[in-house]
Design a protein around this ligand. Structure first.
Ligand code: SF4
Length: 419
């Protein structure tokens, strides 16, 4: 199976882009995680994988979106982005997830990316602005992979995304990338409305036939001003999704990404482990995209000459968030214990980093629910390559050591950590 995948990569992707992928993301990405591990030994956290929302605006209106897409457009300036990348490069980072809103609505997106040929960018996009010309530019850049979101069949897509003809327009963008031999992925936020349509071998085979090289099944999270909990997967569906991913990794010549399990199938939170944090279009540093609270900004204030490293490493809010998240659950603290997160936000007087200004009330209104953590139902990787790679570079880095995740311990923990 891995040979088949290698054959597909060789035949279907531009060789220069493959080289960039292997060198920038493969070799240098691994080295950035090794530096992260060494920093952790010194008690320092600077995430090797930063996710940067470069714009808040979007042309779609997805159900349950937590981004202020209708607010006045805020697009990160090239100067701010370049400074951010430069400072992160000094820490050994090479990978940047580019998020939105819709990143291709950023009027100067290519000006952000072009000066950084030594990095690797993954753009999370609905694909609708990827014309033939845009795809050609992506190919010329070589160090950018679009991750195009498909949220269901024609009918479900339109409903999930709040606009007509979404599926077909997204597929046009996808095909433009593939015609240009760009290394391209498709992601799906699994919800009850698309679970049966997309979590199956037929869909994986269709992606392979199209020339898609990787896929990523997120799990829908009920956040924002209209959280739509009716779309959330049941715990059984969550376990089924994990099982499907593990099976397909061992069977199909397509890369399948996930960010929530180590090689033994143990759940983890990438924000708790410190491997990734998020920066919003206004420059606020947040633990992850759905935790819209911040104490630090990438933009230096008048008396603030601190480096990006000092902001990350010195942030008490981020440190307490990671500690509380790790002590509470191997899953997602936001979903399982929004009350603890709200207490943490209050304790630190963290700023609501949304435009709507209601993130705290939204957090308080959340009903606790299960997340990716299903103790006793761990499903280890079957594909030896994933298992090996995750053992080395994607695991919990020891942050859960000594934590008691039994439900009874949580209230005491709240007093201990937050009170
Ligand atoms: S806090 Fe929840 S949503 Fe954020 S990275 Fe962790 S598991 Fe994911």
């Amino acid at each position: 199976m891995m040979w088949q995948l290698a054959g597909r990569l060789w035949r279907e992707t531009d060789k220069r882009l493959l080289w960039k992928l292997a060198w920038n993301l493969g070799v240098k990405g691994v080295l950035s995680v090794e530096r992260h591990k060494r920093r952790l030994k010194r008690g320092e956290v600077f995430p090797p994988f930063l996710y940067v929302s470069v714009i808040n605006s979007c042309n779609l209106r997805c159900q349950g979106c937590w981004v202020d897409v209708s607010a006045k457009m805020e697009a990160m300036t090239p100067d701010a982005f370049h400074r951010l990348v430069r400072e992160a490069r000094q820490m050994g980072n090479v990978f940047f997830g580019i998020v939105g809103g819709e990143p291709f609505m950023h009027p100067r997106l290519f000006d952000l990316l072009e000066p950084h040929p030594d990095c690797y960018f993954q753009i999370f996009t609905n694909g609708q602005f990827i014309t033939e010309e845009v795809a050609r530019r992506l190919r010329r850049l070589g160090n950018v992979t679009p991750l195009i979101s498909v949220e269901g069949t024609e009918i479900v897509s339109d409903e999930r995304r709040g606009r007509p003809n979404v599926f077909n327009r997204t597929m046009q963008g996808l095909r433009a990338c593939l015609r240009n031999k760009v290394f391209t992925g498709v992601c799906t936020s699994l919800a009850r409305s698309n679970f049966d349509d997309l979590l199956n071998e037929r869909w994986i085979d269709r992606l392979i036939d199209l020339g898609v090289m990787y896929t990523w099944f997120h799990v829908y999270r009920p956040m924002g001003p209209d959280p739509r909990p009716d779309l959330c997967l049941t715990p059984e569906q969550q376990v089924e999704a994990r099982r499907f991913v593990v099976e397909m990794r061992a069977k199909k010549p397509i890369i399948i990404i996930d960010a929530y399990y180590d090689g033994e199938g143990q759940a983890l939170c990438p924000a708790a482990t410190g491997i990734s944090h998020h920066i919003n279009p206004w420059g606020d540093i947040e633990p992850c995209p759905i935790v819209q609270f911040s104490k630090e900004s990438i933009h230096s204030g008048p008396q603030d000459g601190r480096s990006l490293r000092e902001k990350f490493v010195g942030s008490e809010f981020l440190r307490d968030f990671r500690r509380l998240a790790a002590q509470t659950t191997r899953g997602c603290i936001v979903l399982e214990r929004p009350d603890l997160l709200a207490a943490l936000v209050e304790k630190h007087q963290a700023r609501d980093s949304t435009v709507r200004g209601t993130a705290f009330q939204e957090l308080q209104a959340l009903t606790p629910r299960t997340s990716q953590y299903h103790p006793g139902r761990e499903i280890p990787e079957k594909n030896r390559f994933y298992r090996w790679a995750k053992r080395l570079w994607f695991h919990d880095f020891g942050v859960y050591r000594g934590a008691d995740h039994s439900r009874e311990s949580a209230p005491a923990l709240m007093v201990h950590s937050v009170g």
